[in-house]
Design a binder for this molecule. Structure first.
Ligand SMILES: Cc1ncc(COP(=O)(O)O)c(C=O)c1O
Length: 411
């Protein structure tokens, strides 16, 4: 993608022309959340100005329009991930809620004492803690797939971990710390041979690359709309229909029921509504559909290729700085657009603050993956992460600022 095209894309994002501490914003914290284009921002205010009404409830025009817009957005999400139907696409609040939903409904029903749950050492807390909680409740074991120092799953040893007692393998598609792209198809094949299901945490993949649930054959897929140019407070759980149909509801209340009486039991609504209790976040769902339109307009393959180039460029530049240590693989072909690193003499928080003074937003800390960051014998790391609107010039500004800060701290 040439510079002119990226500049045109950048002009769709009002925040990118902001100044921070007297400098032009360089936003390199996209793995935490992404910026929003005008189309998405405008769709939210347009919805409240023109269409706002509760969904699935009214027979009046506004409610019908609102319901249609809400369901159309669901269909757009289904198409984006190649879900065979929109029935199997459930709106949640975010990836964390989607994983919790699976752990405490599917897990509650299917995990028993002596079973095991397999995850990887590179999971975000939201794909560790729910499993630990359900494992504790059910007296099940948590197992970790073996990982090399450069952040790759060791497939040769995997059959020692995934066995006939494995009920679920829950793993990230792309690590939010190491950038590792995991071999999902291979792991899924092994899990299925052992009659285990697979949950793919796609928080860092669906926004950046084409993801196809049929091709990957995963049983569940989770992601957050705020990481793909859409609004906050809304996320997705996809599941295979026969699995979702058998799962008990997660929350109870309006819209998720078919029939309620004064007696003890109610009848549950069909998919996907069984999992959507109460008034849903329909305004943001509609804006999510607009975010999907925008992503499709740019092309996910184009986004992926642009990020790969930016990542390679940034990795090469960072590797020239001898006191910087990159976590994970040093081969940019193995990664998505995420690079975590530390400076051997400067605390990441000092680095983050000094960069912020120059208008550069990066993430510092444990990145919600405390066990992983600690496994590298550090307490915190700095992280830069990219999206379609990042430029090579921004990487140059970041690197020259890093050199300047290094000079200042280490003189
Ligand atoms: C890989 C991964 N999984 C899960 C999450 C949690 O997403 P959310 O905070 O939107 O629930 C994140 C967020 O950074 C992530 O990067």
């Amino acid at each position: 993608m040439n510079k002119l095209y990226i500049d045109k894309i950048r002009s769709d994002f009002p925040i990118l022309s902001r100044e921070i501490n007297g400098n032009k914003l360089v936003y390199l914290d996209n793995a935490a959340t992404t910026q929003k284009p005008n189309l998405v921002i405008d769709s939210i205010s347009d919805f409240y100005k023109n269409t706002n009404s509760n969904v699935h409830r009214g027979i009046h025009t506004l409610s019908i329009e609102s319901t249609e817009a809400y369901e159309l957005a669901r269909e757009k999400i289904a198409k984006l991930i190649n879900s065979p139907s929109s029935e199997t696409v459930i709106w949640t609040r975010n990836t964390s809620e989607s994983i919790n939903l699976v752990a405490f409904t599917w897990g509650e029903k299917n995990i028993s004492s002596g079973d095991n749950i397999v995850i990887t050492p590179m999971e975000h807390h939201s794909n560790i803690v729910p499993w630990q909680q359900i494992a504790k409740k059910k007296d099940a074991e948590i197992r970790y797939l073996p990982m090399t120092k450069d952040g790759k799953i060791e497939l040769s040893n995997i059959s020692k971990i995934i066995d006939s007692k494995t009920k679920i393998v829950s793993l990230t598609h792309i690590s939010n710390v190491l950038g590792t792209i995991n071999p999902v198809k291979k792991i899924t094949e092994i899990a299925h041979k052992n009659d285990a299901v697979v949950l793919l945490d796609a928080a860092q993949s669906v926004p950046h690359m084409p993801v196809d649930v049929i091709e990957l054959d995963v049983d569940f897929l989770t992601f957050s709309i705020h990481k793909m140019m859409g609004p906050t407070g809304i996320g997705i759980l996809y599941g295979k229909k026969h699995i979702l149909s058998e799962m008990p509801p997660y929350m109870f209340g309006g819209d998720m029921i078919l029939e309620v009486s004064y007696e003890k039991d109610a009848k549950w609504n069909s998919l996907p509504y069984k999992f959507e209790a109460g008034t849903p976040n329909f305004a943001d769902a509609v804006a999510s559909g607009v975010a999907v339109d925008y992503l499709n307009q740019l092309g996910l393959e184009n986004i992926w290729q642009h990020e790969k180039k930016i990542t390679e460029y940034a990795m090469n530049k960072l590797s020239e700085l001898k006191k910087i240590h990159i976590l994970g693989s040093l081969d940019s072909n193995d990664r998505g657009g995420v690079i975590s690193f530390y400076h051997q003499d400067i605390h990441p928080h000092d680095l983050g603050t000094a960069l912020d003074q120059r208008g550069i937003a990066i993430r510092t800390g444990h990145h919600c993956a405390m066990p992983l960051v600690r496994s590298y014998d550090i307490v915190a790391a700095a992280r830069i992460s990219f999206y379609i609107y990042n430029t090579f010039e921004e990487i140059d500004i970041f690197i020259s600022s890093l050199k300047e800060i290094e000079g200042y701290f280490t003189k």
